[in-house]
Design a protein around this ligand. Structure first.
Ligand code: PLP
Length: 782
């Protein structure tokens, strides 16, 4: 770019000439007052009839197509949103949107007239500058961009001018015109980063026709309420560009503003409130704004150097100060603040810029303990995650951990379809089940569609514990009994009732009896061909013991994945044999599908995967909402009705449309991508690879499971099946060092309880196997 391009070459017309063409071509008479403009001549004209208009004479170098672009854009905006406070075109006496005139020197110029917007230019109102105004201005520009969406013009990409943020590299040569060496270095630094990082990323983001100049000179506020933006003018820099560039140019930072990033946050939040930003856009905003300020510094400084400012924009110092302050704040901190302002999770996507993860971790750990008390964590040094993606969990410094443990985000971390469903439903309506709501009934219909006839109605709650709690209440109500049978070491929840059903974490209770776990690896009948019958026979013993203590079983509640039993694999037929016995004794059977459901065991329903013919109730939790709190109890409508007639059954949040939308989206994903089948394929591959590994790793005692659940038991002696409890604990830490998350279970704490999510492919299995192999080697060498 030559310094010639920097020259403004303003049109040359005397006021008398302008008055005369205005009268002749537009019939305009009035009081003319000149307005400042970068390349055009511009007058505010108070008409004799009381109205006010703006008359513009375009630069002779301005191609007609560019003026036409602006005219058409204003027409488009007026048609899309007539309340948007931007100028309207005023047609000439001949009905044309603009007219051609000739200067005395013989140059031809376009003359046009626009309506005048009342208000004060922000730059003239120091009292306008505050967060509230910046937010509102951001929102107003977003409205403008919404109105411009779908507009295009052949000249939109050829409005070549120096302020086009995406052409900032062309300003490089002008940097040398700046007198201050430190400033030159800063500008080079910004443009270097623009070249290598920002501009290529901008190419990937959303582009459309944008105003690209709604700064303090081109935005108006109400004269009586300077915090209220009332207009956007001057569409001369409009072009087809990235939305990020739009926000970067809505700059109303005062010269002495100590916190320019704070100004940007307010503007970005306002923009985002009307036109939601994408995460990648938010993460580029800081850099784009640096480019804008650096462009200001370069262009104003260069014009000063060639003495072509003539009072228009001559304040390099202001922009240099803002630029320095923004650079001092730094990308990490600034981006965090912008994300927070737009309510994006604060650390999630800035991993590559993270420089202070360690300091941040310590502060967070202290803060958490101070505000939440001591909490049990998986690891001695709890992991800090900021993002989940499919099978991965990611720390602030960008390290990816393979998650083999989490049983909640069953269809993968950060599932976009679920997130969208949550957002879309909560943007529209969220009420409780005391109102009629389509999605709630639709979801219940979909959940029960393929269940046996008697499992035909849902009670929606917020967690697995609540679902089990109500299931237990219903069973007690239906049978008039107070007792229950559960598996030894079971876990069914954290409410008072379900704690009593959770010997894994609580004590033993008189009205509960505990069935022997049908363990086919180290159990009593592990080698017995008749194991199912023999284990199931424990029901009679349990019922008799209960009776002795004066109780009868209202229900048998069972997690068919036997998760808290080290993912024990029951012999075929076991579950049904127990169910038959319980039902014959007048008890109900509740399949707790919190772990086993939603395809985990290779069938959508865990009870089906385990061959349980008749269950009276199903309870669901964890994966139903893929992380959104949602619990469901499914049973016979007649039972629910009888119970509800006695006790008003109501949960404020249970069955709210937002939760149901999440549930629906999870079902969509499972169906669309055949995730249950995929789980079987990947799970089988995982077990096959583990068995292969067991051939050379003697610590592996047993590999078991079904679908996407695996129990992996470690022993120090295969013959004696001696639990390798200490080794298992050590292995968990070694796997962590390999960036793999595993958890343990079982009475001897010597089994990996693996519940990979459905985002796992064979590649993740291979990674897991290689890491486990390495860790087992390390363990045996130690
Ligand atoms: C089998 C089973 N049932 C119920 C629950 C309780 O679910 P929530 O934690 O959602 O209350 C759990 C939780 O781990 C579980 O594993």
């Amino acid at each position: 770019m030559s310094s010639e391009t920097l020259k403004r070459n303003l049109p040359r017309f005397e006021l008398d000439e302008v008055r005369s063409v205005a009268r002749e071509l537009y019939g305009i008479r009035g009081k003319f007052s000149s307005q400042s403009s970068e390349r055009d001549l511009s007058w505010k004209v108070r008409l004799d009839d009381g109205d006010t208009v703006v008359l513009k004479i375009a630069n002779a170098a301005e191609p007609e197509a560019i003026v036409d672009f602006q005219v058409r854009a204003l027409e488009h905006i007026a048609a899309r949103n007539e309340r948007l406070p931007v100028p309207r075109m005023v047609a000439s006496a001949n009905g044309r949107p603009y007219e051609w005139i000739e200067s005395r020197g013989g140059d031809r110029h376009i003359l046009r007239v626009l309506s005048y917007l009342p208000g004060d230019v922000i730059e003239t109102r120091a009292d306008a500058l505050c967060g509230r105004m910046r937010f509102a201005l951001g929102a107003l520009v977003a409205e403008l961009d919404l109105a411009l969406r779908g507009f295009f013009h052949p000249a939109a990409r050829s409005n070549d001018h120096l302020w086009d943020l995406t052409c900032c590299l062309e300003l490089r040569a002008q940097i040398e015109l700046l007198a201050d060496a430190e400033l030159r270095a800063l500008c080079h630094q910004v443009l270097d980063h623009a070249e290598t990082s920002v501009l290529p990323q901008l190419q990937q983001l959303r582009w459309q026709v944008i105003h690209q100049d709604a700064d303090g000179r081109n935005a108006l506020v109400d004269s009586n309420d300077p915090h209220k933006p009332v207009g956007i003018i001057d569409f001369g820099d409009m072009l087809y560009g990235p939305i990020v560039a739009e926000i970067a140019t809505i700059d109303t930072t005062a010269e002495d503003e100590p916190d320019p990033v704070g100004c940007l946050c307010a503007t970005a939040a306002g923009f985002d409130s009307r036109l939601p930003l994408e995460e990648a856009e938010v993460d580029l905003l800081y850099d784009a704004t640096l480019i804008r300020h650096a462009s200001n510094v370069i262009l104003i400084g260069a014009r000063d150097a060639i003495d072509d400012s003539h009072g228009y924009l001559s304040d390099t110092g202001k922009y240099a100060d803002i630029l320095r302050r923004m650079i001092d704040e730094g990308r990490d901190r600034a981006t965090r603040r912008i994300r927070e302002a737009c309510r994006f999770p604060v650390y999630a996507s800035i991993a590559q810029h993270e420089t202070s993860a360690a300091a941040g971790y310590d502060a967070l750990a202290r803060k958490r303990t101070r505000l939440l008390g001591e909490v049990v964590h998986f690891y001695e040094r709890p992991l800090h995650f900021v993002r989940g993606e499919g099978p991965w969990l990611i720390t602030p410094d960008g390290r990816r951990y393979l998650d083999s443990y989490n049983n909640v985000q069953q269809i993968g971390h950060g599932n976009a379809h679920v997130a969208k469903a949550l957002y879309r439903q909560s943007s529209v309506l969220n009420v409780n089940t005391r109102y009629l709501c389509d999605i709630v009934a639709d979801y219940a219909e979909r959940l029960t569609a393929d269940l046996p006839d008697h499992l035909n109605a849902c009670v929606f709650v917020n967690s697995g514990s609540e679902a089990n709690d109500i299931a237990m209440q219903l069973a007690q109500f239906a049978t008039g009994r107070d007792g229950a049978l559960i598996m030894d070491e079971a876990y069914h929840g954290c409410t008072e009732t379900t704690m009593e059903l959770s010997p894994e974490v609580s004590g033993r209770f008189d009205h509960i009896e505990y069935l022997e776990v049908p363990d086919m690896y180290r159990g009593r009948f592990a080698a017995d061909a008749d194991a199912a019958q023999k284990y199931a026979a424990d029901v009679e013993r349990a019922l008799a013991d209960l009776a002795q203590r004066g109780h009868q079983a209202a229900a048998w509640m069972v997690d068919t994945a036997l998760c808290s039993n080290g993912v024990a694999m029951a012999p075929d037929g076991y579950f049904d044999l127990v169910a038959q016995r319980v039902q014959a004794a007048g008890g109900l059977v509740t399949a707790d599908e919190v772990q086993a459901g939603m395809g985990r065991l290779g069938d959508f329903w865990g009870f089906r995967a385990q061959g349980l013919e008749h269950v009276d109730m199903i309870t669901m939790g964890k994966p139903v909402g893929n992380g959104h709190p949602l619990g469901v109890l499914i049973t016979d409508r007649a039972l629910i009705d009888r119970f509800a007639a006695l006790i008003e059954l109501f949960s404020t949040f249970g069955g709210n449309p937002v939760s149901c939308a999440a549930g629906m989206a999870v079902l969509d994903e499972i169906e669309r991508f055949g995730l249950v089948g995929k789980g079987v394929e990947v799970g089988d591959y995982l077990r096959a690879q583990l068995r292969e590994l067991a051939r050379r790793q003697p610590l592996i005692g047993d590999v078991r499971g079904k679908g996407m659940i695996v129990g992996l038991e470690f022993v120090t002696d295969r013959e004696r099946k001696t639990p390798a409890s200490a080794e298992t604990a050590r292995l968990i830490d070694l796997m962590l060092a390999e960036h793999i998350l595993v958890g343990k279970s079982g009475p001897h704490h010597n089994a990996f309880k693996m519940r990979p999510n459905f985002a796992w492919d064979r590649a993740q299995v291979d990674l897991f196997i290689a890491a486990l192999d390495k860790c087992l080697d390390q363990l045996t060498r130690q």
